[in-house]
Design a protein around this ligand. Sequence first.
Ligand code: FES
Length: 61
Amino acid sequence: MYVCNCNGIREREVRAAIDAGARKPAHIFAHAKCEAQCARCVCDMRRMIQDNRQAMALAAE
Ligand code: FES
């Protein structure tokens, strides 16, 4: 499933970027070696980053 249709960034690529340390959408675009275009995917990327942050916090408890 694509998260970013403009750049063809798939969900698994976003997760890989987050696992590699991406903490904001700009980091995900950099990881994918592209730039935001329409930016409609940014909210989904932020949500995925936030979900990952919460999962990591729960795992640390
Ligand atoms: S959908 Fe990601 S920049 Fe347009």
